[in-house]
Design a protein around this ligand. Structure first.
Ligand SMILES: Nc1ncnc2c1ncn2[C@@H]1O[C@H](COP(=O)(O)OP(=O)(O)OP(=O)(O)O)[C@@H](O)[C@H]1O
Ligand SMILES: [Mg+2]
Length: 334
């Protein structure tokens, strides 16, 4: 199907552990809409329900509870001194949260905007399976695909690392290494002329940093996360004990990522002959702290890879690379 309407209404969707992001083409620009992939529940009362409705705060009512979801869930969690809960964990639907797929659907509807799918093509991101979790990732993928199809979309999965390559590496003809450091996982793809050579993920990213620092310092993970997002950076000396802990666990993630990259290169068969040095792009919320790029490059330069890396570059907007790449994929197939 390649009508113009289909092309102009194709969508990119990044279903992440931490955030869900939709990308739509608007004339020459791309519009991004994002929401936290999180919720809190509060006790049901008719009054609360009517106030939430009046304030247009996204919620669903179930039995004796009201579930507030998306960005608003953080405000409610802080208000009631609670942690937000997540429909997803380490890149896939959280099997411990009943109704996780229903909540993801609500949040997807928020970022996609009102209206039925009307057969529009949507490419949605899926993680590369961490070691030994292939079945779980396949189940996650088919769960999301069914959900989007039921909403009326023509849904197709794209590995998150490959989406980063599509979103950020047009200039090198989609040749290079795309990395997304998210909440649950770091996803990596080596692509040669838009064809993936390998995709992999490691189960260590932002949530691991928050939880580890939270345990070490005895502070709630949500508070650690806020400190990390608002004030953490790599340079200088850390007088603050929380910053110290964040730096140590960040280093742990970077070391694990670089080691896994080395292992992947060592194990790949039929490696294409890369004649030119290739670029590497860093994206995802966890690459945001100032100094991340330098710290990552330093670790990368300490290992030997069978290809030369031309540059280690930050994505143009690391928070939306995956959604942008999913949109590129959807438009190119439409
Ligand atoms: N300014 C910031 N500084 C540091 N960390 C940040 C910043 N903004 C977001 N993050 C962190 O980025 C992570 C979320 O990144 P992202 O939205 O890319 O993940 P995701 O795609 O939802 O997750 P995944 O890809 O693992 O499923 C969280 O750990 C969050 O705390
Ligand atoms: Mg992600």
């Amino acid at each position: 199907m390649s009508t113009n309407t289909q092309t102009s209404t194709a969508l990119g969707l990044d279903v992440g552990t931490s955030r869900i992001v939709a990308a739509k083409r608007q004339e020459k620009d791309i519009q991004f809409d994002s929401q936290l992939n999180a919720f809190v529940t509060i006790p049901f009362s008719k009054l609360t329900q009517s106030v939430l409705k009046k304030e247009a705060i996204p919620h669903v009512v179930q039995d004796s509870e009201i579930t507030v979801y998306g960005d608003e869930s953080e405000r409610f969690a802080n208000l009631f001194h609670r942690e937000t809960r997540r429909p997803m964990l380490r890149g896939i639907l959280n099997p411990d949260e009943a109704g996780s797929l229903m909540l993801v659907r609500q949040i997807v509807e928020l970022v996609m905007g009102p209206g039925e799918g009307q057969g529009r093509r949507v490419c949605f991101s899926v993680p590369a399976a961490p070691l030994g979790a292939t079945d779980e990732v396949n189940e996650h993928e088919s769960g999301l695909k069914n959900m989007l199809n039921k909403m009326g979309f023509d849904a197709h999965p794209i590995p998150e690392g490959l989406a980063v390559v599509y979103g950020e590496m047009e200039a090198s003809n989609y040749t290079g290494i795309g990395i997304s450091c998210g909440g649950g996982l770091c996803n990596v793809c080596l692509s040669y002329l838009s064809v993936p050579v390998f995709n992999f993920s490691i189960p260590k990213a932002g949530d691991f940093i928050d939880e580890s620092a939270s345990q070490l310092r005895g502070e709630p993970a949500t508070r650690i996360r806020t400190i990390k997002e608002e004030s953490f950076h790599f340079n200088g000396h850390f007088v603050n004990k929380i910053h110290q802990a964040l730096a140590a666990y960040y280093d742990d993630v970077i070391q694990a990522l670089v080691a896994a990259l080395k292992d992947q290169f060592a194990s790949v068969q039929n490696m294409p002959k890369l004649t030119r040095p290739i670029p590497l792009v860093l994206s995802g919320g966890s690459v945001m702290p100032p100094g991340f790029r330098d710290r990552f490059e330093k670790s990368l330069r300490e290992i030997e890879l069978p290809v030369a890396i031309a540059e280690v570059r930050m994505a143009s907007n690391p928070m939306v690379s995956t959604a942008r790449g999913a949109l590129v994929a959807a438009l190119s197939e439409a």
